[in-house]
Design a protein around this ligand. Sequence first.
Ligand SMILES: Nc1ncnc2c1ncn2[C@@H]1O[C@H](COP(=O)(O)OP(=O)(O)O)[C@@H](O)[C@H]1O
Ligand SMILES: [Mg+2]
Length: 508
Amino acid sequence: MAFKIGEVYKISNRYLEVIHNKDIFSKPVSSVKGLHIVGMLNSYVSIPLFNSQNAIGIIFEQLEPAKERDILFDPKTESIISKIRLIGTFNLINQKFKRGLDFFPVLDSDVFTIEEKELEAIYKSSIKPDLPTLELGCDIFFEQIKINADPNVLFGKHCAVFGNTGSGKSCTVTSILQGIYHNKNRLHNAKNKNLKTIIIDSNDEYSEIFNENEVKPDWVILKDYTELELSHKDLSFYELTQLLQEDSPNVIPYLKEAVMTLKNTTNVDDKIYYEFSQLQIKIEEAVPLDKNGKKDNFTIGFLKHIINRIKHFSSDERFNSVFNKQGNSIEDFLNSKTEQVLILSLRVPNDTLALFVYMISKSIFHYKYNTANKQKDNILLVLEEAHRYIATTSTDQLNNYYIDKLAREGRKFGVNLMISTQRPSEVSNTVISQCNSLIVHKITNSKDLDFIKNTIEYDDKSQIDLLSGLKQQQALVLGEAFAFSSLIKIADANPLPHSETPKIFTND
Ligand SMILES: Nc1ncnc2c1ncn2[C@@H]1O[C@H](COP(=O)(O)OP(=O)(O)O)[C@@H](O)[C@H]1O
Ligand SMILES: [Mg+2]
C-alpha cells in the first residue's frame, strides 16, 4: 500500500524537491521480501497528477534544508528535502507505464511511496513485445519484479562488471552466461543466438559453470595454458622486436637474418613456423670472428640482451602456448560448427597473461576483419580480472593495441567485450569508456568511485554514493542495455564458479 511521504515544494527543469519529515524513515513498509524502509535514496515515488496519471520519480539526493530555509518551517519539525528525478507516468486506467512526462506535478502535490503494480509496470515497460530480453535479476526489495536487459545492447555494445573482491563479479558473469546458454527461462524472444564466447578465466573459476549434472556439455571447450595454442608465427617482425624489447640498429639485422633463415623466406613477416629456441643459435652463429679466430666479444656483448630475452621466452614452460606451438586455438574454436564456449583457464603471471590476451585479441580481430568471416557468429570476449593484463599504464612489451582496437571498432563486425574488474580506474581507459552498460557491485575504493562517477551520465552520478552499501550479489545497473538505472539482485548463479577466496576455517 502506498502512503504519503511528503509534498512537492520546489519544481525546476531538471528535478523536483520534496519536503518530508525525517520520521518517514521509521515507517517501514512490507513487501514480499519483508519490511523495508521507504523514502530512501534511490527509491521510487509516485505523485498523482490531475489526469488519472501518476508521475513517477526516483529520489536521487537528500539534504537537510539550508539554514535560511529553516525559518520557513516549524523549527521543531525535523524536515528533510529529497530531490526527485521524474522518469515517466503511470496510467491508472490502462495500468501502463510510459517514459517521459506530458504534465508536471504542481507545487504542494502529495508525494507517495510507489505501489507494487506501478513498479511492475515500470519494469514491464522495459520488455518490448517480440524483442529479445535477458532477465538479469530482480528488484532488491521486490523479488517478483524481474529486471531485464536488452541482450543485443548488453553484448552488442560492450559491458563491464565492477566491484570489490567478493562482491559478486564472477557470479554475475556466470549468471549472465548461464542465462544465455542454459535454458533457464531467462532469455525471451530469442530463438537463435549467434554468439560464441571466449572466457579469459585468470583465476580458474569458470571450468564447471555450464556443467549439467556435473557433466560438461560438448559445446563447452576447456583449455589451460598447456593446451592453448597461439603460435609465435602469427607475430609480425615488428611485434617480435617489441616482445624482445629490442630496437637497436646494431641488433635488429641479426634478428632479422636469423628469422628469415629459420623461416627460409625473404619476407620476414611470412607466417611460417620455426623453432623459437633456434633463434638464439642462429644469432650466435652469425657473430663474426675476431683476429684470433674466436667469436667477437664486443658483438656478443651487445647481443646479450636479445639472447636473454629469447631464453626467457623459450625456457619458461608457461610461454609454451606461444613459443612451442604451431596452431591457433582461437581460430579453431571460431571455425568450429559445434563449439560455443571456450573457457581458457590461464592461471599464469600477469605478463604471461598479457601476452596471451594480446595474441587472442589479435586472432579475434583478424578472424572477424576477414570479410569471409564477417557474417559468422558474434563473439563475446569475457575478460575476468582485466586490470591484471589490460592496465592503463601498460608496462608490457605488447601493449593493449588489439584490445583497444576491439573496444573501439569491434562492434562494427560483431566482437563484444565483457570486462570484469575490481579496479576500474586501472584498466585501459579506451576499453572502459567504450562500455555502454555497467553492472556495479559494492565498491569502496575512492579512486575507483570517482572514476566511475566520471564515466557515467550526469543523472546517474548521485547513485554512486549507494555503492559502498551494497551486499553480495546486489548491483547498480546503468546504461543503455537497461530501461533505467536501478538497484538489482542478480539472478543466482548455478553451478557457482569456484570462488577464489579459500576458507581458512571450515567445518567439513
Ligand atoms: N549471483 C550470485 N549467485 C549466487 N551466489 C552469489 C551470487 N553473487 C555472489 N554470490 C556469493 O558471493 C560470493 C562471492 O562472489 P564472487 O562472484 O566470487 O565475487 P568476486 O568475483 O567479485 O570476487 C560467492 O562465492 C557466492 O557465495
Ligand atoms: Mg571473481
